[in-house]
Design a protein around this ligand. Structure first.
Ligand SMILES: Cc1cc2nc3c(=O)[nH]c(=O)nc-3n(C[C@H](O)[C@H](O)[C@H](O)COP(=O)(O)OP(=O)(O)OC[C@H]3O[C@@H](n4cnc5c(N)ncnc54)[C@H](O)[C@@H]3O)c2cc1C
Ligand code: FES
Ligand code: FES
Length: 492
């Protein structure tokens, strides 16, 4: 058992809590086993079903509280220091909330196992001012929830009914307060920000002595956890009592910055935060649409880009995009020494990294760009939501005077590692913007990888997908110059 010499303080629903539980303990296990809050259900314990969904409130740099949904089955309790953890019990009032009532009215529950997760997710959707108050917003909110018996039509209808009951009463400035006033959230929510500030103290962040490294000096393997969405799926049984290093230890994640011509950001940045940032949106305006195809809302509020890169999955979505963006990693060792590694030199083989075990990817950067440089990212998976890619593809291209001046192509799902297509990229540079040069480039690309067949598709299918996705980049980015007929001629 790891010794951990300070307590984790947070607010659980309406209760101030201080616990000595090991920091790697799952919020799900803490709620159910330590606190007997059994409304939060344990389903898959892999982030897939949403039965364990909770809402976590965190103060931002301005002292404003923001609530986001998370799967408690992949959430280490050590990260909750100074935050507000809301389980289904924390949403209960004397009467049913409008969301709970709508689930009853619309027949949105049968066996009921998934129901708390849906209610929590829909409530989180109402609390998030960025989600539209319509069916699209409902679908976004419940994108991480599965139901095996009711079917989704009544559940969706319940979400829409709750919105219709509340829409006129909700404002975008302080959604939580307006939900309290509309009787959709318990009154105690009003005082949470001030209560959290007392845990945080004057600095606004958890105190240094609260740095949540559970290292006990013994020689046991240590696990570096960022969002935990990969690690808990792989090592879920070990982590609660293991020597964990929580990267999200209270140190705030700043916004991406433009430094020396590069966009630089903290490797702990989540997919959700990345797609909201104005500097990122200036470079990647399609990022929110890409995000819609990546995991689910409660997963994206946890998944970090550094974790995506270090997990080294051949189909990692963000990694594929980062390869095309020519990303570079800044690694930090135990002695504080830093070194930079281009992402395309980071993968040495299947899950083998150009990184010492103790090194942490501290930040990620990519060269800033503007028109005429353009980017595209594509993904094919078996389901639109909550699915990993069969093949993914990304490109960064610049055309000047009718010729490709800069080409960066990346593919995922076709090799042991995420793949930068160096030969194909070089082959296209200097060539005219024409279907014939693209076909020649793709012929070179097809020689750069040998996919393996697996449950997501045969090797032949993946080769076909890779070719198709590479073509799609050019169809989307240069529709006025290259006709679809010419582009897809070799596939006919
Ligand atoms: C239900 C579900 C759906 C998913 N869907 C997708 C999807 O659609 N697309 C996709 O690409 N992925 C998907 N994933 C995988 C996962 O969410 C991502 O890979 C995510 O980016 C991992 O980030 P994390 O912060 O959670 O990593 P963690 O689990 O914290 O860490 C992953 C690995 O990287 C190491 N690590 C993490 N951060 C650092 C760092 N800064 N420095 C050094 N080492 C580090 C950890 O030690 C660990 O070995 C899904 C996962 C689940 C459970
Ligand atoms: S138990 Fe299924 S997502 Fe957590
Ligand atoms: S009501 Fe049974 S799983 Fe949804």
């Amino acid at each position: 058992m790891v010794k951990f010499n300070h307590s984790i303080q947070f607010i659980l629903n309406d209760e101030d809590v201080s616990t000595e539980a090991p920091p790697g303990t799952l919020a799900l296990d803490y709620a159910r086993q330590h606190r007997h809050l059994n409304g939060t259900k344990s389903g898959c314990k892999e982030g897939d079903c949403g039965a364990c969904t909770v809402i976590v409130g965190e103060l931002d740099a301005q002292g404003k509280l923001r609530y986001l949904p998370m799967t408690s089955c992949l959430l280490p309790i050590g990260e909750l220091h100074g935050k507000h953890l809301v389980t289904i019990e924390g949403l209960n009032m004397k009467e049913l909330s409008p969301v709970q009532q709508a689930m009853v009215d619309c027949g949105g529950s049968q066996c009921g196992y998934c129901t708390p997760g849906f209610v929590v997710a829909m409530t989180a959707g109402l609390m998030e001012p960025k989600l539209p108050l319509n069916e699209t917003g409902v679908l976004h909110a419940i994108s991480g929830n599965l139901c095996r018996c009711t079917g989704y039509r009544p559940i969706k209808a319940a979400g829409v009914q709750a919105i219709e009951a509340l829409a006129d009463k909700l404002n975008t400035v302080d959604r939580v307060q307006s939900l309290v006033e509309a009787g959709a959230l318990p009154e105690y929510f009003t005082g949470i920000a001030d209560r959290l500030k007392t845990i945080h103290g004057e600095t606004g962040v958890p105190q240094p002595e609260m740095a949540l490294d559970a290292s006990d000096g013994e020689k046991q393997p240590r696990f570096i956890i960022s969002g935990g969405t990969d690690l808990y799926v792989q090592r879920g049984d070990e982590l609660p009592n293991a020597n964990v290093v929580l990267l999200n230890n209270g140190k705030r994640i700043g916004a991406p910055e433009l430094r020396d011509g590069r966009v630089t950001f903290d490797a702990r940045m989540t997919f959700e935060a990345f797609a909201e940032d104005p500097l990122i949106l200036r470079h990647l305006p399609e990022m929110p649409a890409y995000n819609d195809l990546i995991a689910s809302w409660p997963m994206r509020t946890r998944s970090s880009i550094g974790g995506n890169i270090c997990n080294a999955s051949p189909i990692a979505d963000m990694t594929c995009l980062m390869l095309a963006l020519e990303a570079e990693l800044t690694l930090s060792g135990d002695d504080g020494r830093r070194r930079n590694v281009p992402l395309r030199e980071f993968y040495l083989g299947y899950k083998r990294l150009n990184k010492k075990p103790e090194e942490i990817v501290a930040s990620i950067s990519f060269p800033s760009f503007s028109e005429p440089t353009v980017v595209n990212w594509e993904k094919v998976s078996k389901r639109a939501w909550l699915d990993i890619a069969t093949v993914n593809a990304a490109c960064k291209l610049r055309v000047e005077d009718g010729r490709f001046a800069e080409v960066h192509l990346a593919l995922g799902g076709v090799a042991a590692t995420p793949l930068y297509l160096s030969e194909a990229s070089r082959a296209l540079e200097g060539e005219p913007l024409a279907a014939s040069s693209i076909h020649a480039c793709i012929d070179v690309a097809m020689g750069e990888f040998t996919p393996m067949g697996d449950v997501r598709g045969s090797a032949d299918y993946k080769r076909l997908l890779a070719r198709q996705l590479l073509l799609v980049h050019f169809e989307k980015l240069y529709p006025e110059t290259i006709s679809q007929e010419d582009l897809y001629a070799p596939l006919r």
